[in-house]
Write a protein that binds this ligand. Structure first.
Ligand SMILES: *Cc1c(COP(=O)(O)O)cnc(C)c1O
Length: 485
């Protein structure tokens, strides 16, 4: 049953707003701008409050329940982050203000750069990119410029494993480079023989997601990095999902040359619905000069022991700015708060619990949901939403049925290399109780698939719109309300 629209609640003459007493001379309204036929809704305050509150309840959110959307890392967003991001000293700033009047903001940016540098084991960081994919574009541009600077103009290819996020080949394309896909082996690692046959003097680098989108830590990481470095290429790390590595492993020290971080995943900024996000990029020493400018630096001359002074500097061989002004500052403030609240020990506990929670959920369902790569997982895992005893049931049916139980479905049909993929990431912020409740429902749905699969095919049953034509909804969205004639 569709919710009534505010227009349909309209009652002629009903009103909810009282304009204040007129304290200026009355004037005629510009009649040519007034439109009699404009069907504005007429509603009381309580009508409007109830209408929009009811609508807000249709939207599932993290503050309501578990959101195990693999690869998207929907962890709980601590409210203290919001307090920090909304401090008037931050929200009142203007991006054109002069450096000496925004020292507090620069302090925060400088220390966030330092924190990300330390977490990743890198020598420099840019906070400019507005999202993960934007970070990838930035990173690939840096790799490209590094090779051009060395006169290696023949390098035109980026190697991308077949389990990679779709943004990896897209970023490569946007830089005018060629993508060559690297297959995975039967354990879900990068196929080393295939990689060996693909490296060469034409390679700009490899884009590696580790743990990969199967939730698996590549068992041959050292060999992979050696092969790519051996041909003069660089290794890009897709660090969108860092929850499993925080405080446990520093990718820069393992040989990853450049990597983006998603502040809106790993570092707990709310996301979904289109942003804003933030995708800082960390680089090792040999790439620092190519970072987009400006970055925040401490000015040695103007600083003293009591008061450090911060300034913007542009690295000497910079690829140039990748974003107007200084990045999405509100997201930076949230991430900074998150990192400072946790501290080093807390960060490590995030990683331990992210991995523990994922393995716990996996262990609860793996006898029922087929597991294509039967290994200990990292912060997420992928099972098949398909049962031999219920051949008509697909991952999509399972995802839709979860909605009937008031739960958010996992990611489905990604990564592409798993048939009927269901990709689950409970995150470290879920309790054993909430993971158990989710597992119980997954097992119940698997049972329904065997006994009465039709309830799965028809699901969801209680939502205002039922099974959508999702492709058409995305390509031809009807965004405007049309009154019945
Ligand atoms: C989310 C994600 C990205 C892209 O990040 P956006 O902020 O959505 O652009 C890239 N790679 C992986 C593995 C991701 O999960």
């Amino acid at each position: 049953m569709a919710e009534p629209l505010i227009y349909e609640l309209s009652v002629p003459g009903r009103e909810g707003a009282k304009p204040p007493q007129l304290d200026v001379p009355p004037a005629e309204l510009p009649v040519d701008l007034l439109r009699e036929e404009l069907p504005l809704p007429e509603a009381s305050e309580v009508d409007v409050v109830r209408h929009f509150t009811r609508l807000s309840h249709l939207n599932y959110s993290l503050d309501e329940g578990m959101y195990p959307l693999g690869s998207c890392t929907m962890k709980y967003n601590p409210k203290v982050n919001e307090v920090a991001a909304r401090m008037p000293g931050f929200t009142g700033l203007h991006p054109l203000q002069s450096e000496e009047t925004v020292q507090g903001a620069l302090y925060l940016m400088y220390h966030l750069q330092e924190a990300i540098q330390k977490i990743g084991g890198f020598a420099g960081v840019t906070l400019q990119p507005a999202a993960g994919a934007h970070g990838e574009l930035t990173g690939v541009l840096i790799m490209q410029k590094y090779h051009l600077d060395r006169g290696e103009t023949q390098r035109d290819t980026i190697l991308v494993p077949d389990s990679a996020h779709g943004t990896n080949p897209a970023s490569t394309n946007m830089c005018g480079l060629r993508t060559v896909q690297v297959p995975s082996d039967e354990r879900g690692n990068v196929d080393l023989d295939a990689l060996q046959s693909l490296v060469g003097e034409h390679v700009v680098g490899l884009m590696l997601t580790n743990p990969n989108t199967l939730g698996l830590f590549d068992e041959n990481l050292e060999e992979i990095i050696a092969l790519v470095h051996g041909c003069g290429g660089l290794v890009y790390g897709d660090g969108a999902n860092m929850s499993a590595l925080l405080g446990v492993m520093r990718p820069g020290e393992a040989g990853i040359d450049v990597m983006h971080f998603n502040l809106h995943k790993t570092f707990s900024t709310p996301h979904g619905g289109g942003g804003p996000g933030s995708g800082p990029v960390g680089v090792v020493e040999r790439l620092v000069d190519f970072l987009p400018g400006p970055v925040v630096a401490q000015d040695a001359e103007l600083s003293d022991d009591e008061a450090p002074y911060f300034t913007f500097v542009t690295p000497p061989k910079s690829i140039g700015p990748v974003k107007s002004f200084w990045g999405h500052f509100g997201v930076l403030a949230r991430a900074h708060t998150y990192i400072r609240m946790l501290g080093d020990e807390g960060m490590k506990r995030v990683a331990e619990h992210a991995v523990l929670n994922a393995n716990y959920l996996l262990s609860r369902i793996k006898d029922v949901y087929p597991l294509p790569y039967d290994r200990i997982c990292m912060h997420e895992f992928v099972v098949a939403g398909h049962f031999a005893e219920a051949p008509g049931v697909r991952a999509l049916d399972i995802a839709k049925r979860l909605i009937d139980y008031g739960l958010h479905p996992p990611t489905n049909y990604f990564p592409l290399i798993v048939h009927e993929a269901l990709m689950m990431e409970p995150t470290e912020t879920e309790s054993q109780q909430s993971i158990d409740a989710y597992a119980d429902i997954l097992l119940k749905i698997a049972e329904e698939a065997r006994t009465h699969p039709e309830v799965l095919h028809d699901a969801p049953h209680h939502t205002p719109v039922r099974r959508l034509d999702e492709v058409r909804a995305a390509r031809q969205p009807v965004l405007r309300y049309r009154r019945e004639a």
